[in-house]
Write a protein that binds this ligand. Structure first.
Ligand SMILES: *[C@@H]1O[C@H](CO)[C@@H](O)[C@H](O)[C@H]1NC(C)=O
Ligand SMILES: *[C@@H]1O[C@H](CO)[C@@H](O)[C@H](O)[C@H]1NC(C)=O
Length: 167
């Protein structure tokens, strides 16, 4: 009886609490990140970020964020596949790389020799954190960023996310 009582109390707390991010996503400063093992073209991935979480492919503004995104990508993405889309592109404005909101890149972490002139969309390597330009139509895993807020945690969501559990 006592056990049942504790279980009910625990569940109702879980049911009514809120989280900064949607279940399973990671948070850093004022943003949430969803890591998608699905593979899509740059545009399809960006469209998925808008539709699924009201966000965009992740922009990266400094090395701290770069390291952080890479560290979580190791846990959440398929390391064997390696590359994933970030929000950088110079499609339609060649050699003027911008994030998906049109803001120019003020930080880059390109691998030496990158970006290539005939490849207009940016990826990060899970293994090295370095950036590689790719054809925008090639398909990769991707990371979406969206603003942290108060998201109700559903009654079905009773476990805190465990990034390293999936490894
Ligand atoms: C991707 O989207 C941009 C902006 O919406 C568009 O200009 C471009 O033609 C699209 N590229 C491809 C390959 O679909
Ligand atoms: C880079 O741009 C972002 C977005 O506009 C801004 O938040 C950040 O402060 C900028 N960083 C530097 C070093 O200018």
């Amino acid at each position: 009886m006592l056990r049942l009582f504790s279980l009910v109390v625990f569940c109702s707390i879980v049911g009514f609490t809120t989280a900064r991010c949607l279940p399973g996503d990671a948070s850093f400063e004022d943003f949430c990140f969803s890591f998608n093992r699905l593979q899509g073209s740059f545009n399809d991935s960006q469209a998925h970020c808008i539709k699924s979480v009201g966000g965009s492919l992740v922009p990266i503004y400094n090395m701290i964020e770069n390291n952080w995104i890479q560290k979580f990508a190791v846990d959440y993405l398929d390391a064997d596949y390696d590359l994933f889309w970030i929000g950088a592109s110079d499609a339609g404005h060649i050699q003027d790389w911008r994030w998906t909101d049109n803001v120019p890149l003020n930080f880059t972490n390109w691998k030496q020799g990158e970006p290539l002139e005939d490849r207009h969309c940016g990826t990060m390597s899970v293994a090295s954190g370095k950036w590689f330009s790719e054809l925008c139509t090639s398909k990769h895993q991707f990371v979406c960023q969206y603003p942290a807020s108060d998201y109700p945690t559903g009654a079905s969501y009773t476990c805190p996310p465990c990034p390293s559990c999936s490894k």
